[in-house]
Design a protein around this ligand. Structure first.
Ligand code: ADP
Ligand code: NA
Length: 329
């Protein structure tokens, strides 16, 4: 059975984008892979954050995952900082990775923005930590969006250089499981930007915890155009906001976007947004109910995460110990 690693940052409430693009796909993978899923708080402190809310957000993210079906009885679910092997291997990788490799990472350039001299050094070496997250379990499959492909290539470069410098074919090659652009949910305010939990505008996203009225309001206010829905998907080119709403309904109902258009051809957005709201509320409310139930007993969530950390550490400890031995520690 192949081992899968995936992580999600507790940098806010999970969005519909996180759900459709990542969390939802984690569940079927648990059937035929050994899945290791982590709430990656070490990554969350690479960008501005609030210490008072980090622990709460970490627990909320874990509860959201569990409510979506990522249950600790069928996978290893834990908080990254609870397993010290990640940070230990990441330090070694900071010394293996070349500066030139990191300089090519486009996501750093995006996230650092204009004030590049003033971002934390952690943001720069973030891909080295991501490589450690995966390789510390000798995981070979990693579900990622298109935007993370470059980081996985870097992880493979690090693994190869480590193997070359310190002997043995110690780290296995990693193969990405690429989630297509179809799974990409865009901002409700700007169809050219992805929906993100770290977007400053709450109106740009649906949070997994939004109630029915909030969802209705956000969808009603979502940017669209005045044209009715066309019959063909190709006619949505150049209409990114319209394309996004059609894509969201398709993802929720399990249809192809083309089927959604067939069913709603000629409709204006007033009507279509009502249909979309109803589908979203129906789909998300059982998840919200379960998440609330879990968060009513935070001690139980924390205990499950501690057990998950023990399971994760049992796999990671011997691997990081061997890596340290190979380096000469
Ligand atoms: P965010 O930008 O919301 O903070 P992260 O960077 O923490 O998201 O990504 C967590 C996971 O969710 C990743 O697997 C990422 O590919 C996926 N993801 C994030 N935003 C979207 C989106 N808008 N559409 C689809 N998938 C997304
Ligand atoms: Na983010």
């Amino acid at each position: 059975m192949q081992r899968v690693f995936s992580g999600i940052q507790p940098s806010g409430i999970p969005t519909l984008g996180n759900y459709l693009g990542a969390i939802r796909n984690w569940v079927p993978m648990m059937r035929d892979h050994e899945c290791i899923y982590s709430v990656v708080d070490l990554h969350a402190i690479t960008q501005p954050f609030d210490p008072k809310t980090l622990a709460r957000q970490t627990r909320e993210m874990a509860a959201a995952l569990m409510a979506c079906g990522v249950t600790p009885d069928k996978c290893v679910l834990f908080v990254q900082s609870h397993v010290h092997a990640h940070a230990r291997l990441a330090w070694i990788f900071n010394c293996v990775a070349r500066l030139g490799w990191l300089n090519r990472m486009t996501q750093f350039k995006d996230k650092a923005g204009k004030d590049r001299e003033n971002v934390g050094a952690g943001l720069y070496v973030y891909p080295n930590l991501m490589a450690a997250d995966i390789l510390v379990y000798h995981a070979t499959r990693v579900p990622v969006g298109e935007d993370q492909k470059q980081h996985l290539e870097l992880a493979n470069d690090i693994a190869q250089k480590f193997n070359h410098d310190f002997g043995e074919d110690f780290f296995p090659p990693i193969e990405p499981i690429i989630q297509g652009v179809a799974a990409r949910v865009m901002s409700l305010r700007d169809g050219t930007r992805k929906m993100s939990k770290s977007d400053p505008s709450d109106q740009s996203r649906i949070n997994l915890t939004d109630d029915a009225d909030t969802i209705a309001l956000k969808i009603r206010r979502a940017k669209t155009d005045a044209e009715p829905l066309p019959a063909e998907l190709s006619a949505l080119e150049g209409r990114p906001e319209a394309r996004n709403l059609v894509g969201i309904l398709a993802a929720i109902t399990g249809e192809e976007p083309q089927q959604v258009l067939r069913a709603h051809e000629g409709q204006g957005f007033g009507t279509f947004k009502g249909v979309l709201t109803e589908a979203l509320v129906a789909h998300l409310s059982p998840i919200q109910g379960e998440m609330q139930r879990l968060l009513n007993d935070p001690a139980a969530v924390d205990a499950a995460l501690r057990q998950g950390a023990d399971k994760a550490a049992a796999i990671a400890e011997p691997i990081v110990a061997r890596a340290e031995e190979l380096v000469g520690f």
